[in-house]
Design a protein. Structure first.
Ligand code: GH3
Ligand code: MG
Ligand code: MG
Length: 458
């Protein structure tokens, strides 16, 4: 995921070093030499993340962070405080100022990228939620300031697995002041407990005697109902292998022993917030507003909503120079289903197709029913190539997955055609983006159906 990161430090060598590291991983970087400049840059460039030095002349990092978090236009931007290794007090002050995370100097690359990635993913989900709320209020179905996103993490449930009962007790105590904690010192039972409960986060030690914590984590991650539950591992500072392996496996974050309590609280909060944003996005606005913006048959967003949201999304993506792709898909010879099996069975096929599309796309992708048997997927922060890959994946899935219906035939195999377009940063509009995809869809139909066609990008 591409992102713009603001690096704030009064020492030019520190700025240069961080800038080089981040550029190396293909992040865009803007810099500021003090808090005043940082605030000005934020107003103008809207970065996705701020790496903020603590010790700076004039306005220090705490004060800068406070100002960021008090300003409605920037408060949603994650801030990582960069502090000296020993400054425990700094961490507490940083948390009070609203910082989302810490990094200690000298900055370790693994720690830097684990945190940057995790916070940017959270910011991406939050941006999408904010935009959907804006669309809702523009449509007059949601009051300004009536948010579906929240920073509230209260009531969250955490499972902690560690056979070191002293450490376990200490962690459970610290977390217990804010969350509902289930502490498990017999790792063999952890899997069952995790499956039987609805946890928002799992913390697993990788330093257990009789069980490989990474293996346990990998089992949890591969379980259907637990896949979306974030996992933080506890690792030995010197065990680079376990750390890298865990991150590579997709574990969400890590803590080194001895675990710093404030650091743990900050990281736990980030993971829980991210999970909640993700759930809010997936829930497709099941609240009262849903009637006006969703389609009755499929529960997807309706065309009116898509049009409003599309324009917001195009404007935002152009302003931030971010990619945006769009797919429009249409079932092939759908009329035959109605004609052969009746309209009700046709409806069932459309419902089943909408499920296939939702399952094949990401939470931040917006799926809408555009018309009778036409669907649109709007893919923020997605370049053309991955969008085409997704389209091809959906096409193939439909081709080989029969739709189960209540009619005596039992199941019906159908295909879909897809047109794909991507945002042209030289100048574009929602209407033009949609039109290009629609022209490509028409070509897919003419070219024999069951095809994905990419639009010319003009
Ligand atoms: P093509 O491959 O060219 O797309 O052929 P097609 O038969 O899929 O397309 P056509 O546009 O000729 O027919 C679409 C049909 O979809 C006609 C319409 O009655 C039916 N339809 C539209 N909305 C609904 C709905 O909500 N439920 C059902 N069951 N059918 C619908
Ligand atoms: Mg400094
Ligand atoms: Mg059709």
């Amino acid at each position: 995921m591409t992102a713009l990161i603001l690096v704030v430090d009064d020492v030019p060598a520190n700025v240069k070093l961080l800038e080089a590291k981040l550029n190396n991983e293909y992040y865009d970087v803007v810099t500021a030499k003090d808090g005043f400049e940082a605030l000005a840059v934020m107003k103008e460039r809207h970065p996705d993340l701020v790496l903020l030095d603590v010790m700076m002349p004039g306005m220090d990092g705490f004060e800068t962070c406070k100002k960021i978090k008090e300003d409605e236009s920037m408060s949603h931007t994650p801030v990582v405080m960069v502090t000296a290794l020993t400054d425990v007090q700094d961490r507490i002050r940083g948390l009070d100022a609203g910082a989302d995370d810490f990094l200690t100097k000298p900055i370790n690359d693994t720690a830097l990228f684990a945190r940057v990635k995790s916070l940017i993913r959270m910011k991406g989900l939050l941006d999408e939620l904010r935009l959907r709320d804006k669309t809702g209020s523009q449509m007059g179905i949601l009051d300004e300031g009536q948010n579906s996103f929240t920073s509230d993490v209260s009531g969250a449930r955490i499972l902690v697995v560690d056979d070191d009962s002293v450490q376990l007790k200490r962690l459970a105590q610290v977390l217990g002041a804010h969350y509902q904690v289930e502490a498990v010192d017999q790792p063999e039972s952890a899997q069952n407990i995790a499956e039987a409960n609805d946890f928002d986060l799992v913390i697993v030690s990788t330093m257990m005697t009789d069980m490989d914590g990474l293996r346990l984590a990998s089992h949890l991650k591969s379980h259907e109902n637990l896949r979306h539950v974030p996992i933080i591992m506890i690792v030995d500072e010197d065990d680079e292998r376990a750390l890298l392996k865990g991150l590579e496996m997709g574990l969400n974050d890590y803590l080194v022993t001895p675990v710093d309590h404030n650091e743990m609280l900050a990281r736990v909060k980030t993971q829980i917030r991210r999970k909640r944003f993700q759930e809010a996005l997936k829930s497709n606005y099941k609240q009262s507003i849903s009637m006006a913006i969703t389609d009755g048959l499929t529960g997807l967003y309706n065309r009116h909503y898509l049009n409003t949201h599309l324009n917001n999304m195009v404007r935002e993506s152009l302003a931030k120079n971010k990619p945006l792709s769009l797919l429009i898909m249409d079932m092939d010879h759908f009329k035959q289903v109605n004609d052969t099996y009746g309209h009700d069975v046709g409806d069932q096929v459309l419902q089943a197709l909408s499920k296939v599309i939702v399952n094949a796309t990401r939470g931040s992708d917006l799926v809408a029913r555009f018309g009778g048997e036409e669907f649109v997927v709007l893919m923020p922060e997605t370049d053309f190539k991955p969008a085409l890959d997704a389209a091809e994946r959906i096409r193939r899935t439909v081709e080989k997955t029969p739709f189960v219906v209540t009619h005596e035939v039992g199941q019906i195999l159908k295909t879909i055609s897809i047109g794909a377009s991507t945002l042209n940063h030289m100048g574009d509009s929602g209407e033009a983006l949609l039109k290009r995809a629609d022209t490509a869809l028409y070509q897919a139909k003419n070219g024999g159906r069951n095809k994905v066609v990419a639009a010319e990008n003009v």
